[in-house]
Design a protein around this ligand. Structure first.
Ligand code: COA
Length: 379
């Protein structure tokens, strides 16, 4: 197998971007990543587009061809979909092709345009990533599915809403340094606890927002300072009620175990992580499933500073999905952009003042039906 490296990365601002449509977001992120890679478009052998809801949210499908057309570069182009894990899965799929020696350089673009339809239509479109027959049909939405996980977690581990709120406070603190974040501002625990209730116990500030945005990376077999040391995907039941546990995502555990093995490392080797905090409860569960904390102990890592930007394992230095925003198809690619920028010293005001050996990205589709874990190495 060939070794795979990251040659460049870029992204648009995330937010409610009234002036930009899905196509212009994809093109802007692609141009940013190509410029960062110093490769010409003619050197790109294939294009991978990650997107969840082109037809639901933006009235546009056939995104591989659309981006090839806009770039004027007619190479093989693929659209990859795995709900909110579309970005991670596109990176994984591109990694497969490069490792197999099929291509030399590929462009991976994740994009979503969500703000052109009503909140109700966004919620309905997102719910298509749940099981239609057993969940969405009965009115379950993503906030309500994660609220059930949060209730089970609070019951099992004697946790309360302040444990959940700690995630949002941290990620907004980190996001306040990110000019590309949708909400680059700090919030307090009181803000989170007093915000409007969305699905009990999750309030407005426990939820990632509805976002527009795109992110892109250029992956290459040419050596750079950032190597993809592991890229692993697993699945679990798409239905919450079939899972062995409501307080753990078994797909994450399987993908993480395979990724640590592939990279030949263990949890203490990780210098920073971007984890999937679509709701505050999701980050607590992720920290436990990825092995950073024992079940029930994740909020301690936030409260004692371990996962803050000056702690031993900063988590979600971009602001995470909560503060940076969650244009669903773009998120998994944006996580890799953040790791790349931190490793190459291009993170601006967010730049960590520590040596980075390995960074981990964790991207989840739905309530845990798909999980992707990517480990990048500073070489
Ligand atoms: N975090 C912080 N602020 C938010 C926010 C969020 N998640 N969502 C909205 N806001 C802000 C808006 O900017 C706006 O502020 P303003 O009044 O200063 O302009 C205000 O809150 C109201 O925004 P609005 O768009 O009316 O919110 P809403 O009630 O329509 O939507 C949610 C709020 C939480 C329901 C929506 O963001 C949501 O559905 N999030 C979950 C998305 C999701 O499920 N993703 C997939 C995960 S698996």
């Amino acid at each position: 197998m060939k070794k795979v490296f990251i040659a460049g990365a870029g992204m648009t601002k995330f937010g409610e971007l009234w002036e930009q449509d899905l196509r212009s977001l994809m093109v802007a992120a692609a141009a940013d990543a190509l410029e960062s890679s110093r490769l010409g478009i003619d050197e790109i052998d294939a294009i991978y587009v990650a997107n969840m809801g082109g037809s639901s949210f933006a009235g546009q499908d056939h995104l591989g061809s659309l981006l090839a057309t806009e770039l004027g570069h007619y190479v093989p182009a693929y659209r990859i979909e795995a709900a909110c894990a579309s970005g991670g899965l596109a990176v994984n799929t591109a990694w497969h092709a490069l490792s197999a020696g099929l291509y030399r350089n590929v462009l991976v673009v994740g994009a979503e345009k969500m703000s052109d339809v009503s909140g109700g239509d966004v919620t309905k479109g997102l719910a298509r990533a749940a099981d239609d027959e057993y969940e969405a049909y009965f009115g379950a939405t993503f906030p309500s599915l994660y609220a059930m996980m949060a209730r089970a977690y609070m019951h099992e581990h004697n946790a309360d809403r302040s444990d959940l709120a700690a995630v949002s406070v941290k990620n907004h603190n980190h996001g306040s340094l990110n000019p590309k974040a949708q909400f680059p501002r700090e919030i307090t625990q009181e803000d989170v606890l007093n915000a409007a209730m969305v699905s009990d116990p999750l309030g407005l500030l426990d939820c990632s927002p509805v976002s527009d945005g795109a992110a892109a990376v250029v992956l290459s077999t040419k050596v750079t300072s950032v190597r993809i040391a592991a890229s692993q995907v697993s699945t679990g039941s798409i239905r919450l009620h079939d899972r062995p546990s409501l307080t753990s995502i078994d797909a994450t555990k399987r993908a993480a175990a395979a990724a640590y093995k592939q990279a030949g490392i263990s949890v203490p080797d990780i210098s920073l992580a971007e984890v999937h905090d679509c709701f505050s409860i999701a980050e607590l569960i992720a920290l436990e499933d990825l092995g950073f904390a024992k079940p029930g102990d994740a909020s301690k890592l936030i409260k004692d500073g371990t996962v803050y930007r000056d702690g031993t394992v900063p988590v979600n230095t971009s602001g995470g999905l909560k503060a940076c925003g969650h244009p669903v198809g773009a998120t998994g690619v944006k996580q890799i952009v953040e790791l790349y920028e931190q490793i190459t010293g291009a993170a601006g005001k967010r730049q960590l003042k520590k040596d980075i050996s390995f960074g981990l990205a964790h991207n989840v589709g739905g309530s845990g039906g798909t999980a992707v874990v990517t480990i990048v190495e500073h070489v």
